[in-house]
Ligand binder design. Structure first.
Ligand code: CP
Ligand code: NVA
Length: 321
Protein backbone atom coordinates (compact mmCIF):
# COMPACT_ATOMS: atom_id res chain seq x y z
CA UNK A 1 0.00 0.00 0.00
CA UNK A 2 1.43 3.39 -0.97
CA UNK A 3 0.70 5.35 2.17
CA UNK A 4 1.75 8.73 0.88
CA UNK A 5 -1.02 8.81 -1.70
CA UNK A 6 -3.51 9.27 1.14
CA UNK A 7 -2.08 12.43 2.62
CA UNK A 8 -1.62 15.99 1.40
CA UNK A 9 2.09 16.33 2.10
CA UNK A 10 1.95 20.12 2.33
CA UNK A 11 -0.58 19.92 5.18
CA UNK A 12 1.27 17.12 6.93
CA UNK A 13 4.56 19.02 6.66
CA UNK A 14 3.10 22.14 8.21
CA UNK A 15 1.20 20.48 11.08
CA UNK A 16 3.49 17.54 11.87
CA UNK A 17 4.59 17.59 15.51
CA UNK A 18 2.23 20.46 16.35
CA UNK A 19 -0.01 20.63 19.43
CA UNK A 20 -3.73 21.09 18.89
CA UNK A 21 -4.99 23.16 21.80
CA UNK A 22 -7.20 25.54 19.80
CA UNK A 23 -7.82 26.16 16.08
CA UNK A 24 -6.40 29.68 16.59
CA UNK A 25 -2.98 28.02 16.34
CA UNK A 26 -3.73 26.68 12.85
CA UNK A 27 -4.00 28.48 9.51
CA UNK A 28 -7.20 28.31 7.48
CA UNK A 29 -5.27 26.31 4.86
CA UNK A 30 -4.25 23.76 7.51
CA UNK A 31 -7.83 23.37 8.76
CA UNK A 32 -9.07 22.90 5.17
CA UNK A 33 -6.33 20.35 4.54
CA UNK A 34 -7.31 18.37 7.64
CA UNK A 35 -10.94 18.46 6.54
CA UNK A 36 -10.00 17.15 3.08
CA UNK A 37 -8.04 14.32 4.67
CA UNK A 38 -10.99 13.49 6.95
CA UNK A 39 -13.26 13.24 3.87
CA UNK A 40 -10.73 10.96 2.18
CA UNK A 41 -10.17 8.72 5.24
CA UNK A 42 -13.93 8.41 5.77
CA UNK A 43 -14.50 7.33 2.19
CA UNK A 44 -11.67 4.78 2.43
CA UNK A 45 -13.03 3.44 5.73
CA UNK A 46 -16.50 3.05 4.19
CA UNK A 47 -14.82 0.82 1.58
CA UNK A 48 -13.07 -1.18 4.29
CA UNK A 49 -9.66 0.44 3.68
CA UNK A 50 -7.72 1.60 6.74
CA UNK A 51 -4.32 2.96 5.66
CA UNK A 52 -1.82 2.16 8.43
CA UNK A 53 -0.38 5.66 8.59
CA UNK A 54 0.61 5.39 12.28
CA UNK A 55 2.10 1.90 12.51
CA UNK A 56 3.91 1.41 15.80
CA UNK A 57 2.77 4.77 17.28
CA UNK A 58 1.16 5.04 20.71
CA UNK A 59 -1.05 7.84 21.94
CA UNK A 60 -1.99 8.31 25.60
CA UNK A 61 -5.55 9.43 26.34
CA UNK A 62 -5.84 11.24 29.68
CA UNK A 63 -9.32 11.96 31.02
CA UNK A 64 -10.28 14.09 34.03
CA UNK A 65 -13.94 13.99 32.95
CA UNK A 66 -16.44 11.54 31.51
CA UNK A 67 -16.50 10.69 27.80
CA UNK A 68 -18.20 8.34 25.38
CA UNK A 69 -17.47 9.75 21.90
CA UNK A 70 -14.02 11.23 22.45
CA UNK A 71 -12.59 8.20 24.20
CA UNK A 72 -13.99 5.56 21.88
CA UNK A 73 -13.35 7.46 18.64
CA UNK A 74 -9.72 8.16 19.58
CA UNK A 75 -9.16 4.51 20.54
CA UNK A 76 -10.79 3.16 17.39
CA UNK A 77 -9.13 5.83 15.22
CA UNK A 78 -5.63 4.93 16.42
CA UNK A 79 -6.43 1.26 15.93
CA UNK A 80 -7.60 1.84 12.35
CA UNK A 81 -4.42 3.83 11.61
CA UNK A 82 -2.31 0.88 12.74
CA UNK A 83 -1.30 2.45 16.04
CA UNK A 84 -2.35 2.03 19.65
CA UNK A 85 -4.20 4.22 22.16
CA UNK A 86 -3.94 3.93 25.94
CA UNK A 87 -6.78 5.16 28.14
CA UNK A 88 -5.76 6.68 31.46
CA UNK A 89 -8.06 8.32 33.97
CA UNK A 90 -6.28 11.22 35.65
CA UNK A 91 -7.18 9.91 39.12
CA UNK A 92 -5.24 6.68 38.40
CA UNK A 93 -2.12 8.61 37.38
CA UNK A 94 0.14 10.26 39.94
CA UNK A 95 -1.27 13.67 38.87
CA UNK A 96 -4.30 12.49 40.90
CA UNK A 97 -1.98 12.52 43.94
CA UNK A 98 -0.32 15.83 43.18
CA UNK A 99 2.56 15.05 40.78
CA UNK A 100 3.07 18.21 38.71
CA UNK A 101 1.58 18.11 35.22
CA UNK A 102 4.92 19.40 33.90
CA UNK A 103 6.77 16.35 35.28
CA UNK A 104 4.03 14.13 33.85
CA UNK A 105 4.52 15.74 30.43
CA UNK A 106 8.27 15.12 30.49
CA UNK A 107 7.87 11.51 31.65
CA UNK A 108 5.15 10.62 29.13
CA UNK A 109 7.25 12.13 26.33
CA UNK A 110 9.73 9.32 26.93
CA UNK A 111 7.12 6.62 26.25
CA UNK A 112 4.45 7.96 23.93
CA UNK A 113 4.20 9.58 20.48
CA UNK A 114 1.35 11.92 21.46
CA UNK A 115 -1.09 12.77 24.23
CA UNK A 116 -4.78 13.55 24.03
CA UNK A 117 -6.11 15.12 27.21
CA UNK A 118 -9.59 16.05 28.46
CA UNK A 119 -9.08 18.35 31.41
CA UNK A 120 -11.01 20.72 33.64
CA UNK A 121 -8.69 23.63 33.07
CA UNK A 122 -7.27 24.82 29.76
CA UNK A 123 -4.27 26.20 31.68
CA UNK A 124 -3.33 22.67 32.72
CA UNK A 125 -3.36 21.51 29.09
CA UNK A 126 -1.16 24.48 28.14
CA UNK A 127 1.28 23.47 30.88
CA UNK A 128 1.30 19.89 29.66
CA UNK A 129 1.92 21.01 26.08
CA UNK A 130 4.70 23.31 27.25
CA UNK A 131 6.53 20.57 29.15
CA UNK A 132 5.92 17.66 26.77
CA UNK A 133 8.16 17.21 23.76
CA UNK A 134 5.44 15.22 21.94
CA UNK A 135 2.23 16.68 20.42
CA UNK A 136 -0.66 17.36 22.81
CA UNK A 137 -4.24 17.27 21.51
CA UNK A 138 -7.03 18.97 23.42
CA UNK A 139 -9.92 16.56 23.97
CA UNK A 140 -12.03 19.27 25.73
CA UNK A 141 -11.25 21.84 28.38
CA UNK A 142 -13.30 24.55 30.07
CA UNK A 143 -12.49 26.79 27.07
CA UNK A 144 -12.27 24.71 23.89
CA UNK A 145 -13.26 21.47 22.16
CA UNK A 146 -11.37 21.60 18.83
CA UNK A 147 -11.78 17.94 17.80
CA UNK A 148 -15.55 18.32 18.04
CA UNK A 149 -15.46 21.39 15.77
CA UNK A 150 -13.63 19.59 12.95
CA UNK A 151 -16.28 16.83 13.03
CA UNK A 152 -18.97 19.53 12.97
CA UNK A 153 -17.50 21.11 9.83
CA UNK A 154 -17.20 17.69 8.21
CA UNK A 155 -20.89 17.03 8.88
CA UNK A 156 -22.03 20.40 7.49
CA UNK A 157 -19.84 19.85 4.43
CA UNK A 158 -21.38 16.39 3.85
CA UNK A 159 -24.99 17.49 4.28
CA UNK A 160 -24.85 20.92 2.64
CA UNK A 161 -22.22 20.19 -0.01
CA UNK A 162 -20.15 23.25 0.84
CA UNK A 163 -19.13 25.43 3.76
CA UNK A 164 -18.40 29.05 2.76
CA UNK A 165 -21.52 31.22 2.85
CA UNK A 166 -23.58 28.84 5.00
CA UNK A 167 -25.25 30.50 7.99
CA UNK A 168 -24.87 28.65 11.29
CA UNK A 169 -26.93 29.70 14.31
CA UNK A 170 -25.59 28.64 17.70
CA UNK A 171 -28.25 28.99 20.39
CA UNK A 172 -27.26 28.39 24.00
CA UNK A 173 -24.35 28.56 26.38
CA UNK A 174 -21.19 30.40 25.27
CA UNK A 175 -19.10 27.39 26.25
CA UNK A 176 -16.12 25.28 25.12
CA UNK A 177 -18.04 23.75 22.18
CA UNK A 178 -19.28 27.16 21.02
CA UNK A 179 -15.78 28.67 21.20
CA UNK A 180 -14.17 25.99 19.02
CA UNK A 181 -17.14 25.96 16.64
CA UNK A 182 -16.97 29.69 15.90
CA UNK A 183 -13.19 29.55 15.31
CA UNK A 184 -13.55 26.58 12.94
CA UNK A 185 -16.41 28.32 11.11
CA UNK A 186 -14.28 31.48 10.84
CA UNK A 187 -11.52 29.45 9.13
CA UNK A 188 -13.97 28.07 6.55
CA UNK A 189 -15.97 31.25 5.83
CA UNK A 190 -19.17 30.04 7.52
CA UNK A 191 -21.33 32.92 8.83
CA UNK A 192 -22.24 32.52 12.50
CA UNK A 193 -24.93 34.08 14.67
CA UNK A 194 -24.92 33.28 18.37
CA UNK A 195 -27.80 33.73 20.80
CA UNK A 196 -27.00 33.39 24.50
CA UNK A 197 -28.66 34.82 27.59
CA UNK A 198 -26.93 37.71 29.35
CA UNK A 199 -24.22 36.35 31.62
CA UNK A 200 -23.67 33.23 29.50
CA UNK A 201 -22.11 34.79 26.40
CA UNK A 202 -19.08 33.63 24.43
CA UNK A 203 -15.78 34.80 25.96
CA UNK A 204 -15.24 38.33 24.63
CA UNK A 205 -11.53 37.86 23.75
CA UNK A 206 -12.23 34.64 21.86
CA UNK A 207 -15.13 36.33 20.07
CA UNK A 208 -13.00 39.31 18.99
CA UNK A 209 -10.22 37.06 17.68
CA UNK A 210 -12.68 34.80 15.86
CA UNK A 211 -14.42 37.83 14.31
CA UNK A 212 -11.08 39.05 12.98
CA UNK A 213 -10.34 35.63 11.52
CA UNK A 214 -13.84 35.43 9.99
CA UNK A 215 -13.39 38.84 8.37
CA UNK A 216 -10.15 37.66 6.75
CA UNK A 217 -12.14 34.77 5.21
CA UNK A 218 -15.08 36.94 4.12
CA UNK A 219 -17.55 35.84 6.80
CA UNK A 220 -19.12 37.33 9.92
CA UNK A 221 -19.88 36.38 13.53
CA UNK A 222 -22.69 38.26 15.24
CA UNK A 223 -24.11 37.89 18.75
CA UNK A 224 -27.55 38.59 20.20
CA UNK A 225 -29.66 37.64 23.18
CA UNK A 226 -32.59 36.88 20.87
CA UNK A 227 -32.75 33.25 19.64
CA UNK A 228 -35.24 34.15 16.86
CA UNK A 229 -32.85 36.75 15.47
CA UNK A 230 -29.98 34.25 15.50
CA UNK A 231 -31.94 31.48 13.83
CA UNK A 232 -33.46 33.70 11.09
CA UNK A 233 -32.67 32.12 7.69
CA UNK A 234 -30.09 29.77 9.21
CA UNK A 235 -28.84 26.77 7.23
CA UNK A 236 -27.58 25.06 10.39
CA UNK A 237 -28.87 25.25 13.96
CA UNK A 238 -26.49 24.09 16.69
CA UNK A 239 -26.94 23.79 20.42
CA UNK A 240 -25.18 22.17 23.38
CA UNK A 241 -26.16 21.39 26.97
CA UNK A 242 -26.99 24.30 29.26
CA UNK A 243 -24.96 22.81 32.10
CA UNK A 244 -21.53 21.50 31.16
CA UNK A 245 -19.51 18.92 33.07
CA UNK A 246 -18.32 20.47 36.34
CA UNK A 247 -21.14 23.06 36.49
CA UNK A 248 -23.72 20.73 38.05
CA UNK A 249 -24.26 23.00 41.07
CA UNK A 250 -25.53 25.73 38.72
CA UNK A 251 -28.14 23.49 37.09
CA UNK A 252 -31.24 25.10 38.60
CA UNK A 253 -30.11 28.66 37.84
CA UNK A 254 -29.13 27.67 34.30
CA UNK A 255 -32.48 25.96 33.61
CA UNK A 256 -34.12 29.25 34.41
CA UNK A 257 -31.69 31.47 32.48
CA UNK A 258 -31.91 29.35 29.30
CA UNK A 259 -35.69 28.76 29.36
CA UNK A 260 -36.30 30.81 26.18
CA UNK A 261 -33.37 29.21 24.34
CA UNK A 262 -34.74 25.74 23.63
CA UNK A 263 -34.52 24.56 20.01
CA UNK A 264 -38.13 23.58 19.36
CA UNK A 265 -40.69 23.48 16.55
CA UNK A 266 -41.58 27.12 17.08
CA UNK A 267 -38.00 28.42 16.90
CA UNK A 268 -36.97 26.40 13.84
CA UNK A 269 -39.82 28.02 11.84
CA UNK A 270 -37.46 30.99 11.50
CA UNK A 271 -34.65 28.97 9.89
CA UNK A 272 -34.44 27.88 6.25
CA UNK A 273 -36.91 25.09 5.52
CA UNK A 274 -34.05 22.63 4.87
CA UNK A 275 -32.12 23.58 8.03
CA UNK A 276 -29.71 21.06 9.54
CA UNK A 277 -29.76 20.41 13.29
CA UNK A 278 -26.49 19.60 15.09
CA UNK A 279 -25.58 18.89 18.73
CA UNK A 280 -22.21 17.63 19.99
CA UNK A 281 -23.97 15.19 22.40
CA UNK A 282 -24.64 14.10 25.07
CA UNK A 283 -28.03 15.88 24.83
CA UNK A 284 -30.76 16.58 27.35
CA UNK A 285 -34.03 16.11 25.47
CA UNK A 286 -36.72 18.67 26.38
CA UNK A 287 -34.09 20.97 27.91
CA UNK A 288 -31.89 22.56 25.23
CA UNK A 289 -33.66 20.70 22.41
CA UNK A 290 -37.15 19.31 21.86
CA UNK A 291 -37.27 15.56 21.27
CA UNK A 292 -39.08 16.10 17.96
CA UNK A 293 -36.12 18.16 16.68
CA UNK A 294 -33.17 16.05 17.80
CA UNK A 295 -34.92 12.86 16.66
CA UNK A 296 -36.51 14.52 13.64
CA UNK A 297 -35.65 14.51 9.93
CA UNK A 298 -33.41 17.62 10.06
CA UNK A 299 -31.11 16.18 12.71
CA UNK A 300 -27.73 14.66 11.80
CA UNK A 301 -26.43 14.24 15.34
CA UNK A 302 -25.42 10.60 14.95
CA UNK A 303 -23.64 11.23 11.64
CA UNK A 304 -21.92 14.10 13.47
CA UNK A 305 -20.91 11.77 16.33
CA UNK A 306 -19.52 9.23 13.85
CA UNK A 307 -17.56 12.00 12.17
CA UNK A 308 -15.53 12.45 15.36
CA UNK A 309 -13.75 9.26 14.30
CA UNK A 310 -12.94 10.40 10.78
CA UNK A 311 -11.98 13.96 11.75
CA UNK A 312 -9.67 12.77 14.52
CA UNK A 313 -8.01 10.20 12.27
CA UNK A 314 -7.08 13.11 9.99
CA UNK A 315 -5.73 15.07 12.97
CA UNK A 316 -3.77 12.10 14.35
CA UNK A 317 -2.40 11.00 10.97
CA UNK A 318 -1.14 14.52 10.21
CA UNK A 319 0.18 15.58 13.61
CA UNK A 320 1.86 12.26 14.40
CA UNK A 321 3.00 11.51 10.83
N1 CP B 1 -19.15 15.32 22.21
C1 CP B 1 -18.29 14.73 23.06
O1 CP B 1 -17.16 15.17 23.26
O2 CP B 1 -18.77 13.60 23.65
P1 CP B 1 -18.10 12.81 24.86
O3 CP B 1 -18.19 13.69 26.08
O4 CP B 1 -18.93 11.58 24.98
O5 CP B 1 -16.68 12.52 24.53
N1 NVA C 1 -20.15 21.60 26.85
C1 NVA C 1 -20.17 20.20 27.20
C2 NVA C 1 -19.66 19.38 26.06
C3 NVA C 1 -19.62 17.90 26.28
C4 NVA C 1 -19.06 17.15 25.12
C5 NVA C 1 -19.34 19.96 28.45
O1 NVA C 1 -18.26 20.56 28.58
O2 NVA C 1 -19.77 19.19 29.31
Amino acid sequence: MKLLEYVNLEVVKSVRGKDLLTWFDYSSEEVKGLLDLAVQLKSLAKNGVHPPLLLGKTVGLIFEKHSTRTRISFEVGMNQLGGHAMYMHARDLQIGRGEPISDTGKVLSGYLDGIMIRANSHKMVEELAYSATIPVINGLTDLYHPCQALADLLTIHEVKGNLPGQKLAYVGDGNNVAHSLIIACAHLGVDVSIASPTGFEIDSNILAKAQQLAASNGSTIMTTTNPIEAVKNADVIYTDVWTSMGQEEETAARLQAFERYQINEELVQHAKSNYLFLHCLPAHREEEVATSIIDGQHSAVFQQAENRLHAQKAILASILA
